[in-house]
Design a protein around this ligand. Structure first.
Ligand SMILES: NC(=O)c1ccc[n+]([C@@H]2O[C@H](COP(=O)([O-])OP(=O)(O)OC[C@H]3O[C@@H](n4cnc5c(N)ncnc54)[C@H](O)[C@@H]3O)[C@@H](O)[C@H]2O)c1
Length: 362
C-alpha cells in the first residue's frame, strides 16, 4: 500500500492507495476517526452491490454502521437527495463525533461530503473513491450539489480526514468511465508537469495502456492535485488552474444533458478549446491537430456537431468561472505553464463556432 499526504490547513490527511484495501478500511480509519462510534456510509446503486458489504464488515465491533444508497448518476447531486441523506443521518442519531464515509465516484463524494460539511455544522468525513475520476475529486475538499440553474453551485470546502483508494474497485468500471477519469490525469499533466505529459503521450496510446498503468499514474496525478490544494485550499489563486478544460466542459455537460458526455470526456474537448483560445491570443503554439489525434486514439468523442455556439456560450456564462460578466479561461501556454485570462464573449463565440465545425468535419 502507498501513502501520500495532503497538507490541508486544518490538518494534513493521508491518501492510502492499494489493491484490495477496502476490506481494511475500518482499521485505516482509526486513529483518524478515533472518536466516532457511528459511521454513516453513502454509496450508489451501482457500487453498493459490489463493494458496500466489504466496507461495512471492515469496521470493528462496537462501531455502529449505517448505510444509505443513492441512485447512480449526476441527478443524485440534488437538493432532494441531499435532504434525504440528512434526514437519515438525524434518524440514525449521528452526533458531532460521528463520521460519514463516501463510497463511490465523484457524485457520491461531492454529495456525501456536502452532507458531512453541513450536518451539525460539519462532522468527520472519509473518501473511498471507486472511479478513476475520483482520484481528483476525493482530494482537496470541494463538496457540493447541483442547483437546477447550474452545476456545483451549492457547496462547501470540507476536507476529508482520510482518503482510502482501493484501486481493485476500478476493475468494474466501464471504458467510458476509465476515459473520463483519465482526462483529469491528462489535465494535471498539462497544467503542472511537462515530463509527465510527455510520458503519457508516449506510453498511453490506447485505453488498455491506461488500465494497465493506472496505479503508478494515479500517484503522480494525486500528488499534483495535493500540491496545488496545499498552495491554495480555497481557490483564491493557483487552484483555479485545475479548472483547465472545465469552462467549456461544464457547458457541454449541461447543454447535452447530464450523463450523455462523461465529465472527463467533456473536459477533454474543453482542454482542446482552451488551447485554441491561447493560440488565438498569441500565448501558445499548440499543434491542436496532434493533441486532438492523441485524444482520439484514446477514444474521446470530441464530436460536438449537435451543439451550437450560442447555447454553449450561454451555459458558460452561468458557470462560476464568470467574473463581472466576463468569462475567465484557464490557459496552458506550454506544458506545465498555466495562467488565467478573461476572454470577450465575441471571441469565444467566434472560436467556438469554428471549433464545433472542425469537430464535425472529422
Ligand atoms: N469535488 C471535486 O473536486 C470534483 C472534481 C472533479 C469532478 N467532480 C464531480 O465528480 C462527478 C463525476 O464523478 P465520476 O465520474 O466519478 O461520476 P460518478 O460518481 O457518477 O461515477 C460514474 C459512474 O460509474 C459508476 N461507478 C462508480 N464506481 C464504480 C465501480 N467501481 N464499478 C462500476 N461502476 C462504478 C457510478 O455508479 C456511475 O454510474 C461530477 O459530479 C463532478 O462535478 C468533483
Amino acid at each position: 500500500m502507498d501513502q501520500l499526504f495532503v497538507n490541508a490547513s486544518a490538518a494534513p490527511y493521508p491518501v492510502y492507495i492499494g489493491e484490495g484495501i477496502r476490506g481494511g478500511a475500518g482499521d485505516l480509519l482509526f486513529p483518524e476517526a478515533k472518536e466516532a462510534e457511528k459511521m454513516f456510509i453513502v454509496s450508489d446503486s451501482a457500487v453498493a452491490p459490489l463493494y458496500l458489504e466489504d466496507v461495512v464488515q471492515s469496521f470493528p465491533d462496537g462501531i455502529e454502521v449505517f448505510t444509505f444508497t443513492v441512485e447512480s448518476g449526476e441527478a443524485s447531486k440534488s437538493f432532494a437527495v441531499y435532504e434525504r441523506i440528512l434526514t437519515a443521518m438525524l434518524e440514525s442519531g449521528l452526533d458531532r463525533k460521528s463520521a460519514v464515509v463516501a463510497l463511490g465516484g465523484g457524485v457520491v463524494g461531492d454529495l456525501a461530503g456536502f452532507a458531512a460539511a453541513t450536518y451539525m455544522r460539519g462532522i468527520s468525513f472519509v473518501q473511498m473513491p471507486t472511479t478513476l475520476l475520483a482520484h481528483d475529486s476525493s482530494v482537496g475538499g470541494k463538496t457540493g450539489i447541483n442547483h437546477p440553474l447550474g452545476k456545483n453551485m451549492v457547496g462547501a470546502f470540507h476536507q476529508p480526514d482520510a482518503v482510502i483508494y482501493d484501486v481493485e474497485m476500478l476493475q468494474t468500471l466501464s471504458d467510458k468511465e476509465w476515459r473520463s477519469g483519465f482526462a483529469e490525469m491528462i489535465k494535471h499533466a498539462y497544467i503542472k508537469d511537462a515530463a509527465f505529459l510527455e510520458w503519457l503521450q508516449t506510453h498511453m496510446t490506447s485505453l488498455e495502456d491506461v488500465k494497465s498503468s493506472a496505479v503508478s499514474m494515479l500517484k503522480r496525478s494525486i500528488q499534483i492535485k495535493a500540491d496545488v490544494v496545499a498552495l491554495d485550499e480555497k481557490e483564491t489563486g493557483v487552484r483555479a488552474h485545475l479548472n483547465f478544460g472545465h469552462t467549456l466542459g461544464h457547458a457541454i455537460e449541461s447543454t447535452a444533458g447530464y450523463g450523455r458526455w462523461a465529465h472527463g470526456e467533456a473536459v477533454a474537448a474543453g482542454m482542446l478549446f482552451a488551447m485554441r483560445i491561447s493560440n488565438e491570443e498569441g500565448l501558445s503554439n499548440w499543434n491542436i491537430t496532434k493533441e486532438k489525434a492523441w485524444l482520439h486514439s484514446l477514444g474521446y468523442p470530441l464530436d460536438m456537431k449537435t451543439m451550437n455556439a450560442s447555447s454553449l456560450l450561454e451555459a458558460m456564462k452561468k458557470d462560476k468561472k464568470t467574473s463581472a460578466g466576463v468569462l475567465t479561461f484557464v490557459l496552458v501556454t506550454e506544458p506545465g505553464e498555466t495562467m488565467t485570462k478573461q476572454i470577450p464573449d465575441e471571441t469565444v463565440h467566434r472560436l467556438l463556432t469554428s471549433f464545433i465545425g472542425e469537430a464535425e468535419t472529422e
